[in-house]
Design a protein around this ligand. Structure first.
Ligand SMILES: [Zn+2]
Length: 437
């Protein structure tokens, strides 16, 4: 499996359980003792740093970087985990800041000529999520509920949005780079390159019967495809951003979907729709599909690592880079601006998370959550992932069908075209973050 490059080894910043025990004995502050040490003054500095989009989170004079990191760990990066045995914020605080290839909104605005276009100086990368095309079914991002309907393929819909957003932002003075320009993989490695790895992950057949061997072959191929177009593709995208494009920020475009409700017999009461955001489209081959009623929107930035994820050496290194290079502050600002633009532009309510895999960062910004997704964690520059709409809701499915019908017939696009609405919200969010200083 390709390894996302970029994050350097930061093993020294991550302590052993033994070290944690000593620290607890020494300070007797308990697992979250550092949170209590955060003063109102420090929080105000945090807020001010967030407002100005400073390069280093809360790194104003007088602020104690270790306490800032501890506060960020406890409230954003690992709010549900016992992070102190793993993350040594004191060591992190004395490390030199990670070099950053990107510029903050404040730095870009400061360098902008008074007569320049409103987004001059900004280099933005757009990630049309998933792949689409011939891979849409294998990546579980394709469905339709009637044989005569157009297929809803997330990868294709967001590619059009990305192209439209680019056209608008370039007119406003920005440089915009798309991670893909067609419905093809970003990962140069295809499924055949992952067969060996897939063989290590798929249980061998229990007997040499033809049926068992066929089942094994099918499972092996399916696993190799997933490794190529999902895990491998995300790693390739992160590598492309960190090593080649090196933009000021990355926005990853998706369309959310709810879990498909279980179809019940006519004489049984229908179950309430399951609302579990960020699952995207689950499958295209589930038999009878029934659309849901719920429709909502949210945006995601990096955070909310679980106890198990914190144990991963690779994820520790990626966390250290994100913590020390200041991208957390800038992406929070961009995420909040985009979330507000989507709230206004769509009129939809905010998504909600019921478990501990995501956390609402600010009650005043109910559309923005932190979550530990691979792309958010492995891209070094400020990164926001958008999950507007519920594609398998009655309202959105209808709007997507109308949009695809217009495109198929060459008819003029409707004023309420859903992909135009999506485009306008992204442009408004980028303007709010990078043009207004
Ligand atoms: Zn998606």
């Amino acid at each position: 499996m390709p390894v996302p490059s970029g994050p350097r080894c930061r093993g020294a910043l991550f302590g052993s359980p033994k070290r944690f025990s000593q620290a607890v004995l020494k300070t007797n502050t308990g697992n979250f003792g550092r949170i209590g040490a955060c003063t109102i003054c420090m929080l105000l500095r945090c807020f001010f740093a967030w407002l100005v989009g400073g390069a280093v989170a809360c790194a104003l004079p007088q602020a104690d970087p270790a306490e800032m990191y501890a506060h960020a760990m406890a409230t954003r990066y690992a709010p549900y985990a016992d992070w102190q045995p793993v993350v040594d914020v004191d060591a992190l605080a004395v490390q030199a800041a990670e070099s950053a290839y990107w510029q903050t909104p404040a730095a870009i605005a400061a360098a902008r000529e008074a007569t320049a276009l409103p987004l001059a100086g900004l280099h933005l990368a757009l990630d049309p999520g998933h792949v689409g095309g011939k891979w849409a079914e294998a990546e579980w991002r394709q469905f339709r509920i009637a044989a005569n309907d157009f297929y809803v393929r997330e990868g294709e819909l967001v590619l059009e949005v990305a192209q439209r957003v680019r056209a608008h932002l370039v007119e406003l003075g920005a440089e915009v780079t798309l991670l893909r320009e067609a419905n093809v993989r970003v990962n140069p490695k295809g499924p055949v390159d992952y067969l060996q790895l897939a063989a290590q992950q798929v249980p061998a057949p229990k007997e040499a019967s033809l049926a068992e061997l066929i089942n094994y072959g099918v499972a092996l191929r399916a696993r190799a495809v997933r490794l190529s177009i999902v895990v491998g593709d995300l790693a390739a995208r992160a590598r492309l951003v960190n090593e080649t494009i090196q933009p000021d920020a990355l926005i990853s475009l998706h369309i959310n979907a709810a879990r498909w409700p279980v179809v019940v017999a006519a004489d049984e009461p229908a179950k309430k729709d399951t609302i579990e955001p960020a699952t995207c489209h689950e499958s295209s081959s589930m038999g009878t599909l029934r659309l849901v009623a719920s429709n909502h929107v949210h945006a995601l930035i990096f955070g909310c690592m679980s106890q198990r994820e914190l144990q991963s050496v690779r994820q520790q290194a990626q966390l250290a880079v994100k913590l020390s290079n200041g991208s957390g502050t800038a992406e929070w600002r961009l995420g909040a601006a985009l979330a507000e633009a989507f709230a206004l532009g769509t009129g939809l309510p905010a998504s909600t998370y019921g478990g501990t895999n995501a956390i609402l960062l600010d009650a005043q910004s109910p559309y923005l959550f932190a979550r530990n997704l691979m792309l958010l964690r492995s891209v070094e520059c400020p990164t926001v992932l958008l999950e507007p709409y519920v594609a398998n809701s009655v309202a959105v499915y209808s709007r997507i069908q109308a949009a695809l019908a217009n495109r198929a017939t060459g008819a003029a696009l409707a004023a309420d075209d859903i992909l135009l609405e999506y485009t306008d919200a992204v442009v408004a969010g980028v303007l709010a973050c990078y043009a207004a200083e």
